[in-house]
Design a binder for this molecule. Structure first.
Ligand SMILES: C[S@@+](CC[C@H](N)C(=O)[O-])C[C@H]1O[C@@H](n2cnc3c(N)ncnc32)[C@H](O)[C@@H]1O
Length: 181
């Protein structure tokens, strides 16, 4: 199936349209001034069918992507296309960050609605220190569409906002780009 250049289009096995994204249009704007080749280790939290994963892999050609999700999982076509560049687990974001021993260049949270860094089963649960530990100094966290991260917690754990669009203009998505000090 043809894929329009400014969109990421994900087709189901039956040929039906599963998802379409404007990430390919948005990423150059968000990451202007950042060399895509320097982003090598990416965490895609709540990857769903894997359309965000595909867009990230395209925009960051040297990257390996650690993806987790609940409910949906990356489509076989996504797994096949990315091969060893993609490591997927069915897991909660908060649990994955808690056990993670890596430092990512970029943590991507695309359209994840749930307040995913607070574990509702455990009111003590707070994933912000784990998120901070999982991002290298000078690395990034990008949240798109759903801006669920709490500003006070992010600031307390060492992040500053370096880019944002908080209003929809009908064309693009809302986003906040955080950098770890
Ligand atoms: C709307 S989809 C977005 C998929 C992808 N990030 C994108 O932008 O194309 C959100 C996905 O995140 C998953 N999800 C939501 N909360 C989550 C959590 N706390 N941990 C892991 N996955 C989660 C959902 O099950 C769903 O598959």
């Amino acid at each position: 199936m043809p894929e329009p250049k400014d969109k990421c289009v994900l087709w189901g096995e039956d040929g039906g349209l599963l998802w379409t994204h404007k990430y390919p249009e948005l990423f150059p704007q968000i990451f202007s001034g950042i060399d895509p080749f320097q982003i090598r280790e990416i965490f895609d939290g709540g990857c769903g069918f894997g359309s965000s994963t595909l867009c990230l892999a395209d925009f960051f050609p040297q990257s390996r992507i650690w993806a987790v999700s609940l409910g949906e999982r990356p489509k076989e076509g996504v797994m096949n296309k990315l091969g060893r560049r993609l490591v997927y687990r069915t897991q909660k974001i908060i649990d994955s960050l808690a056990e993670n021993r890596r430092q990512f260049d970029l943590v991507f949270l695309g359209n994840v609605v749930y307040p995913f860094l607070e574990d509702t089963n455990n009111l003590e649960g707070n994933g912000y220190p784990d998120l901070s530990r999982s991002v290298r100094a000078g690395g990034y966290v990008l949240e798109v569409e759903q801006l669920s991260l709490r500003e006070n917690q992010m600031k307390r754990t060492g992040f500053i906002i370096i880019g944002k669009q908080e209003e929809f203009n009908g064309k693009d998505y809302r986003y906040r780009l955080w950098c770890k000090k």
